[in-house]
Design a protein around this ligand. Sequence first.
Ligand SMILES: Cc1cc2nc3c(=O)[nH]c(=O)nc-3n(C[C@H](O)[C@H](O)[C@H](O)COP(=O)(O)OP(=O)(O)OC[C@H]3O[C@@H](n4cnc5c(N)ncnc54)[C@H](O)[C@@H]3O)c2cc1C
Length: 467
Amino acid sequence: MDLLERLQAICGPEHVSDVLADRLCYRRDCGPTTGGVPDVVVRPESTAEVAEIVRLANEVRKPIFLWGRATTFVGFGVQEGCIVMALDLMNRIVKIDLENQVVTAEAGAIWHAVDSELNKLGWEMTVPGGGGMFSCTVGGTAAYNAVPHGITEYGMTGGHVVALEVVLPDGTVIRTGSAANTDAPFPIERGANGPDLAGLFIGSCGTLGVITQVTMRIRRVPECERFLFYAFERLDDAVDAATAIQSQRAATFLVGLFGGPKPDGVEGEAFLHVIIRDSVMEAERRAQAARVCCETFRGRPQDPEGTRRYWTEHMYSWLRNTPASAYYGSRPYYCPEVAGFLPTQALKEAIPMLHDYIANNADFARVGMHVKGFDVYFSPNSAFLWVDTLYPEMDPEARQVGLQVRADIAEMLFGRWMSPGGIVAGIAPYIMQRLGPTYGLLKRLKAALDPNGILNPGVLGLGGDDD
Ligand SMILES: Cc1cc2nc3c(=O)[nH]c(=O)nc-3n(C[C@H](O)[C@H](O)[C@H](O)COP(=O)(O)OP(=O)(O)OC[C@H]3O[C@@H](n4cnc5c(N)ncnc54)[C@H](O)[C@@H]3O)c2cc1C
């Protein structure tokens, strides 16, 4: 039997394809890297099938690339001639456990689909997911450790994971935390049964194992939501107001706009959106604290209707008071994104440096690039800055300039202040070498768990040709 037939024997012929038209759809994420064309695409329906596929790939030494919904903007790194394993058919909600305040879903379940089921019961996941929540999977989101909405109060996605079921690169199936106890396999506490093994797979972008089930914490939907929107004449004032809001723990979600189109109909140089979710009394107290923080630093209150629409309708363009049709042009643009965490106060230097770089880069305007935003999701104690530039995809020269812009900006920011969130393959060349001995440890872990370099080789700079 050849590989195709053996995969078909595992998953059924209807879930395996070597048809070129199918394979072409599995080469790139939303990022600028075109990617190689896989030899075969396989869509398992169960953990047992995943384990068998991984064992087979080891036997025939054929790399597997994992595919949630490919909503990352970074560059997947799919190699020519590999197997793409798409997890979309593993999309069941395994258990909503209100008593123990957790939900368990298969890796391929869509994030918001899980939340919607909880919402019907008056509950929600304790972290709302990132902007891709309507298309991304829970497994891919944990594997990437997406930066979520609500990060200012709730922190990172990975912090809300209670337990994972993972297929290791040799096909062994493990469970993490309290769920690891085979005599009492309750997914209720991550910090049980020794080291935090869930943490090993969160953010590792599928290089160390295939996440097949995710258990997340849940809570009752908060009683109310409040919205504020402030404009500032000076960047430094907005940054100081944001720092104050962080130390007051006033916002559930604080978003700053420091570049790109200004919000429609609003004067100013920097802008803060504040979203607060809490009981009615607490929300009012926190809103008052946020107002004081903004107005102390000369913030001018604006109509927060765009803030409300952004949050409740999940459409990013409302942060700039515009509907989606006005915000996203008709031309295909791609985003060579650079994003990461830096100290909040460092924005005072980093943002002007970015503006200077764009203003002095003649190629940027010549090939029709735009700044979509220098936007910040404030965490409890730092700033997650998205440097979103756009290049017109149909122009090869513009693509080259776009990639160079990404390289320059990564160099500028990672060299002084910033550590990226999701790395995948696209950002790995700019960051992994900077991790020094930590990169060395990651390589040793990869070599120990995946000696044949079967899972996502090259992603995070692990297990690829350079290793
Ligand atoms: C409109 C939009 C808005 C977005 N907003 C945000 C945002 O606010 N914050 C943010 O961080 N990101 C955001 N993103 C990027 C993206 O949605 C998230 O990072 C998302 O969580 C990725 O999920 P996915 O299922 O598409 O994973 P994929 O993109 O398919 O995979 C991500 C990585 O994990 C690996 N992987 C996938 N599934 C598994 C698995 N089961 N086990 C192990 N490894 C796996 C993949 O090989 C890849 O390396 C946005 C995307 C879109 C389209």
